[in-house]
Design a binder for this molecule. Structure first.
Ligand SMILES: C[S@@+](CC[C@H](N)C(=O)[O-])C[C@H]1O[C@@H](n2cnc3c(N)ncnc32)[C@H](O)[C@@H]1O
Length: 192
C-alpha cells in the first residue's frame, strides 16, 4: 500500500527523531543464535538505519527501503555502503542472501502483500536461509498517521509463514508496553 508518511522530508525527520531511542538490539541478539557471523543479510525498511548499524557489526548487511527520503538519509550517513531501493512486497533483486531482517516494517503490508512478500523472501534466500521479522501485536488493521497498519497475532503469523518456512521462534516482546510486539524467526526448508 502507498505509504506517504515515509516519503516526505518532514515526516522522515520527524520519524528519525521519534525513533531515536529505540533499536532492535535484543531482536538481533536472538537472530545471532541462528545465523553465523559474516552471513549476508538483507534488511527491509531500514528507515533511520539504527538496526542496520547494529547488524553491520556482525553481518554483511545490505540495507534497503522503498522511501527515497530514507534512502537519502541512509546513503548520506553511510557513504561507503550500498542501500537498495526495494519494495518489501515485490523484492525485485537478483541477489540472494543468508538472512532477511526487518523491524516493524511488514505490518505496513496488507494480507495479500504479505503473502507475496513471503514467497519472494523464500526465492531470494540461500539454502537454510533465516528470516527475522517483528510485528505490532493485535487484531485487525487501522490507518495511523495516514499509514496502513496490519496487526498480527501468533496464529495469524503462523497461517502466513508456516506454509513456506519452518518457524524457529515466535514470541511476544515489549517495544513500549508488555506484549505489544511479536518476533518471528524462521528457516527456509531444505529443497524448497
Ligand atoms: C516503522 S518504520 C521502521 C524503520 C526501521 N526498521 C526501524 O526499526 O526504525 C517502517 C519503515 O518501513 C519502510 N517501508 C514501509 N513500507 C515498505 C515497503 N512496502 N517496502 C519497503 N520498505 C517499506 C518505511 O519507509 C520505513 O522506513
Amino acid at each position: 500500500m502507498e505509504q506517504e508518511y515515509y516519503k516526505t522530508e518532514k515526516s522522515v525527520k520527524e520519524y528519525i527523531q521519534l525513533a531515536k531511542d529505540v533499536n532492535g538490539q535484543e531482536l538481533i541478539e536472538k537472530l545471532q543464535v541462528y545465523l553465523k557471523e559474516h552471513s549476508t543479510i538483507l534488511e527491509l525498511g531500514s528507515g533511520p538505519g539504527t538496526d542496520w548499524g547494529i547488524l553491520n557489526k556482525r553481518f554483511e548487511v545490505t540495507g534497503s527501503d522503498n522511501s527515497l527520503e530514507f534512502l537519502k538519509h541512509l546513503r548520506a550517513n553511510n557513504p561507503n555502503h550500498l542501500f537498495l531501493e526495494l519494495d518489501a512486497v515485490t523484492l525485485e533483486t537478483e541477489r540472494c542472501f543468508d538472512g532477511i531482517y526487518s523491524n516493524k516494517v511488514l505490518h505496513h503490508l496488507n494480507d495479500q502483500e504479505l503473502k507475496e512478500s513471503i514467497i519472494r523472501q523464500k526465492d531470494i534466500l540461500n539454502d537454510n536461509g533465516i528470516i527475522c521479522h517483528s510485528f505490532w501485536k493485535g487484531k485487525g488493521s487501522e490507518i495511523f498517521k495516514g499509514l496502513f497498519v496490519n496487526y498480527h497475532e501468533k496464529e495469524s503469523l503462523k497461517k502466513f509463514f508456516e506454509p513456506h518456512f519452518n518457524i524457529l521462534l515466535l514470541e511476544e516482546y515489549a517495544e513500549f508496553e508488555e506484549g505489544d510486539s511479536l518476533l518471528l524467526i524462521a528457516k527456509k526448508p531444505t529443497n524448497s
